[in-house]
Write a protein that binds this ligand. Structure first.
Ligand SMILES: [Zn+2]
Length: 98
């Protein structure tokens, strides 16, 4: 695993409406609209996020929005085990309080 700064606190909140999944956006990116010629999110990038994970660091905070599919994917670790986000959060709470 690469060295990452340790989050001080992690919160999972409900994202606002029209907050798209960051992972899907990264995967599909933007496309040029046929009519307006403007860069718009790909259809498959416009997936309503179901969770918003906010990680607080000494230097600021990072928000990551996930749709339910990406959230499930994100809970799955390399060895095939499942570590649900909710448990990750309680782990971070324990890890940073002690
Ligand atoms: Zn997604």
């Amino acid at each position: 695993m690469s060295k990452k700064p340790t989050a001080i606190k992690v919160e999972i909140i409900k994202p606002e409406k029209d907050r798209y999944c960051d992972h899907c956006k990264a995967m599909w990116g933007k496309v040029k609209d046929k009519f307006t010629k403007e860069n718009v999110w790909h259809d498959k990038a416009r997936i309503q996020a179901s969770v918003l994970v906010v990680s607080y660091y000494a230097t600021g905070k990072i928000e990551r929005a996930y749709c339910s599919e990406c959230r499930d994917h994100n809970s799955r670790w390399a060895d095939g085990s499942i570590w649900p986000l909710a448990e990750q959060v309680s782990y971070f709470k324990v890890a940073t309080n002690g």
